[in-house]
Design a protein. Sequence first.
Length: 320
Amino acid sequence: MGARREADIRPSMNPRSPAHLFPLSIGLWLASCASSPERAPVTVPLEVEPFEIVALAPDPLLVPDASLRRAIAACGRPWMVRHRRTGVELVLIPPGTFQRGASPGDGAAQDDAGPARAVTLERGFYLARCELTQGQWTRVERTNPSAFRGEENLPVEGVSWSDLRGPKGFLARAGGGLRLPSESEWEFAARAGSTRPRHGPIEDVAWHADNSASRTHGVGQKQPNALGLADVLGNVSEWCEELYEADPGHSGARSKTQRTLRGGSWATESEGCRVSNRLPEWEGLRASYNGVRVAAAFEAVPEGGLTIALASEPTAPELQ
């Protein structure tokens, strides 16, 4: 299998990194924790409810595969929910078995993708349909670490794993059971039932080094995958929970300080934007290609009693 090449932007200590693109500036960004929903809820929410229902059943426009819609419906939980504090919208990912690692016949997959092997997720979970935006970040944090600014709909970047997972990190402060996905959860959701390296032509599905103009872009502008997830292969790479394992197909030793970023980014050459892409980085690294897609366990979303929004259509950010 071939090694992945990254865009040559500036020298890097890690030859597989997009050149340690640290934020160009850090400034004060005053947060507004008050949301301004476009529609009033049908029922009065409980004070402790961290989520509201956006849609009970999958939208065929976002989940066109009937078998996936049936698998989601079989879970008996709402398909799309919104985290009240941040405004993040998450969709239900049903349990299942998939082939993790290099896609069949994918000679360009990087070596640490590992051989294809069956992995079973016995429980479903929720995963954000878009990468966390700067507007969502600043509902919780008072500073915006991102190098690329100008729109609240741009993905937040310049965030380290420790910024997210520390005792006083974003996820702890946001509350409501938000967490990072595991690598297997991320890849299962990104593949969305497919065994191909990508869910469509690269120009249609990802912002990468050859089309990004060397910067991030508003989330949701590229074609989503079959589960309705946008930008899984580009824009910013996404932190996962576990310590990096160099040879995951053979129970290799785990790093003590490196975590894994999944998917490609605006700085990744197009051949590196594939569903098996893995990038080990020091958990304290803040770079302008590092972002996050948050997850939540089934248990974080109660089966009943949630407030239902008047409309089932996603509100923000809009997929284009």
